[in-house]
Design a protein around this ligand. Structure first.
Ligand code: PMP
Length: 325
């Protein structure tokens, strides 16, 4: 059994983890409309305080996901904010922690076409995680043959469990072919995002990321990274991104709450940022020039992100301190 904290929050109260039970009808049919969030709380650089990053923004997106899926959340954002903080206090984390609120239609559900406005039960779970902000991570990505869901089929802006089958198929394909993560194109063949993170590239010193209308989840890390880049004087472009640009990029990186800022060192087996290279040249190029490794812009942003979420830059409206009472 996976390690778990002492408490989770279910339908208005803290519940002992072992005692959190639902009826079998809460899985299956009800899951078709379920929505969720993924939020991180970071231990401040002082080692004392736990700081939740962009809690309000995550809870606003949670409410918007429910709205897009025609669900009625029985709690407003203020109550969910209290629940999240109450849970973190109860679990007494002294290290980085992840928060996972989710909502599913309540009661005995035997129909797939859930009625509009179905009322939900809400759960908030939490667990600890190992951040990669103190290391410089890297991954190998590949363009997927699976297209990212688009407005013609599913609302890509909803963080709905159902949407994740799309990313899961793309991820399994990438892994089967020896890559770490997929890059999905949208229905128009333009770059969209990965299977749980948004994507940016850097070319000639400019940071380029697909516009929200490219079929991406409105990523909170994406938004944070764009703000940090602007603050560092890096020009930012939010627009349609061509697949070709991936192969011409100086740098590529993923952005998401879970993955934080994750540099892509190879795309479709080609080292990122190495002109004229082919797969066999990748190792040599990386050893000689550092190319095919995390690029300078990604490194700067990673450092700025680390300082922000760990409270090194001081108080920010994006940080909520977890305080007892
Ligand atoms: N796209 C998808 C499909 C995701 O699941 C996530 C993770 N929530 C993201 C993008 C990145 O969003 P955020 O930065 O808000 O975590």
């Amino acid at each position: 059994e996976a390690a778990h904290p002492e408490w989770l929050w279910h339908s208005g109260a803290l519940v002992r983890w072992e005692e959190a039970r639902v009826h079998v009808n809460a899985v299956g049919h009800a899951s078709v409309a379920a929505v969720f969030e993924g939020i991180k709380a970071y231990l401040a650089a002082d080692g004392e305080r736990l700081l939740v990053f962009r809690l309000e923004d995550h809870l606003r997106r949670f409410a918007e996901s429910a709205r897009l899926c025609r669900l009625t959340l029985p709690y407003d954002t203020g109550r969910l904010r209290e629940a999240a903080l109450e849970l973190l206090v109860a679990n007494g984390f002294r290290q980085d922690a992840y928060l996972r609120p989710w909502a599913y239609p309540e009661g005995i559900v035997r129909e797939l076409m859930l009625p509009a406005g179905a009322r939900c039960e809400v759960v908030v779970d939490s667990w600890t995680f190992d951040s990669s902000l103190e290391t410089v991570p890297g991954c190998r990505a590949a363009v997927s043959s699976w297209r990212r869901i688009g407005e013609a089929a599913m609302p890509p802006r909803a963080k709905a469990f159902s949407n994740y089958h799309n990313g899961r198929l793309a991820l399994m394909e990438a892994r089967q072919n020896g890559h770490d993560w997929p890059v999905m194109l949208n229905e128009r063949g333009q770059v969209a995002e990965s299977a749980g993170a948004c994507v940016s590239l850097v070319r000639d010193g400019r940071l380029v990321t697909p516009a929200l209308s490219s079929g991406v989840l409105p990523g909170i890390t994406r938004d944070t990274v764009l703000a940090l880049a602007r603050g560092l004087g890096i020009p930012v472009e939010e627009r349609e991104v061509d697949r070709s640009e991936l192969y011409l990029a100086d740098e590529i990186f993923f952005m998401g709450t879970a993955w934080e800022i994750l540099p892509v060192t190879a795309i479709d087996g080609l080292p990122v940022g190495v002109p004229g290279a082919h797969p066999a040249a990748e190792e040599a190029a990386a050893a000689e020039t550092g190319a095919g490794a995390a690029g300078p812009v990604a490194r700067r942003l990673l450092e700025a992100y680390r300082r922000l979420v760990r409270g090194v830059e001081g108080d920010s409206p994006w940080l909520t301190e977890v305080k007892p009472g």
